[in-house]
Every structure is written in C-alpha cells, then in structure tokens.
Design a protein around this ligand. Structure first.
Ligand code: FPP
Length: 224
C-alpha cells in the first residue's frame, strides 16, 4: 500500500456550481468553503500530514473585482472564525504565494501562520496569489545570486514548498484536465486524479474513493 503524506487539490468548479444552483458565482465560493472544511476533517482522519489547497492563482486577478473581493472577504472571515479551532486541532497553516493583499488580510495571514507554526498534526498549505512558473524563476534567480550550483537539492531550497515533501496525490475537481500553473516542479511524480464533480459537490466519500485507488497503484518512479 502506498504511503500518503501529501495531498494537493485544485478546487475547481465553484463558479459553475454557484451559477447552476443559486444563480451566483459567489454562492459557489461560499459552498466551496464548506467542502474545504469537510476535506480538512477527512484528511486528518486519514492521518495525512500535508494538504495543499489552490485557493487563488496569480491568474485569478483577471476575474471581476467584485468576485475577488468576495473571495478575500470569505477568507478573512474564515480565518477570524476558525483559526483558534484549527490551532486547537494542532493544524499548522502555511501560505504559499505572494502575500500582497490588503493590510488587514496580510496581517491576518501572518498572525495565523505564526499562531499555528508549531503544530504537527496536519500542515495546510494555502496557495494564495500563487503561480508555479514565477516560483521556479525566483528560485533560479536566488541560486544565481548566491552563486550556488544548479541542482534539484539547491533549487528545492528556494521554492515556497521548501521542507514540504512533494505531493503524492493531486486531485482536480470540476471536470477539467489541466494543471493551471500549480506546483509544476513538485508534481513531477504525483498520481493525478481528475474528478468530474464540481468542488462544492465533492464529498468525503469521493475523497476516500480516490485515496483507496491511489493506495492500490503501483508507483515505480521510473523503475519497473
Ligand atoms: C475555482 O473555481 C475556485 C477558486 C478560484 C477559489 C477557491 C476558493 C474556495 C474553495 C473557497 C474559499 C476557500 C478558502 C480557503 C477561504 P472557479 O471559480 O474557477 O470555478 P469555475 O471553473 O466553475 O468558474
């Protein structure tokens, strides 16, 4: 049975769900947050140590201002309401991506990371204003500045995922098969599952079904 230390998820389909069910894309994001909470609980039950969630890409800035504002307000209230609870559950929160939001959100993110930094049960990496290509370019620039040899080990030191093992499993919901500039380096040997359901409809049963399938795969990392 394959060990499972790190699950990464592209939570796609909120907008379509919202339009279909409530005539509002934002309602889809709100429903998507409920799925986030369910999946966190299930990740703990499965004793998985790292969960990386793609919440906002560098390309998502192209969305209407109203939707962006709604998403960040949702994140703010989520952190204000739940960070103590996450802390009690021994969950560590780490932001990957550039924190260049409002002063209030930047502070809230920093405080949340600091408060939970010693927790060891589950680490949630929230990818916010994250883009994998610029992450890789930055890492190369740092190697150059520090005159270090270009190799995998040195490059890994300058990625935002430093000290985080590569994802074993990537799940993308929403019936779309692409990586959308997410963890391009880190996903080199991950098992990838594309799920037809939209993120707000994705549930514990679907998650466990994928985990079971993942565990039964023969992973040979290029060998036979
Ligand atoms: C992609 O669906 C989803 C996002 C860009 C936002 C993800 C946000 C959440 C799951 C809720 C908030 C989470 C936190 C942690 C506060 P989409 O809008 O691109 O869907 P579409 O493809 O149907 O348009």
């Amino acid at each position: 049975m394959n060990p499972l230390n790190h699950v990464a998820i592209i939570m796609d389909g909120n907008g379509r769900w919202g339009v279909r069910n409530k005539n509002s894309r934002n309602a889809g994001h709100k429903a998507g947050l409920n799925t986030v909470e369910k999946i966190i609980k299930e990740t703990i039950k499965n004793k998985i140590k790292f969960l990386t969630l793609y919440a906002f890409s560098t390309e998502n800035w192209k969305r209407p201002k109203k939707e962006i504002k709604f998403l960040f307000n949702l994140l703010e209230s989520f952190l204000e309401d739940k960070i103590d609870d996450l802390n009690k559950q021994k969950i560590k929160l780490k932001i990957i991506g550039k924190k260049n939001f409002s002063l209030k959100l930047n502070n809230l993110l920093k405080i949340s990371e600091k408060k939970t930094s010693k927790n060891k049960r589950l680490q949630i990496n929230l990818a916010l204003n994250y883009g994998s290509k610029s992450e890789i370019i930055n890492a190369f620039k740092q190697l150059e500045q520090n005159k270090e040899t270009i190799n995998e080990k040195n490059l890994n030191k300058y990625l935002q995922t430093k000290n985080i093992p590569d994802p074993d499993l990537l799940i993308r919901t929403g019936n779309t098969k692409r990586l959308s500039n997410f963890l391009l380096w880190q996903l080199a040997y991950s098992e990838i599952f594309f799920e037809k359901k939209l993120w707000p409809d994705f549930n514990e049963k679907d998650y466990n079904k994928i985990i079971r399938k993942y565990r039964s795969i023969k992973r040979n990392f290029g060998s036979i």
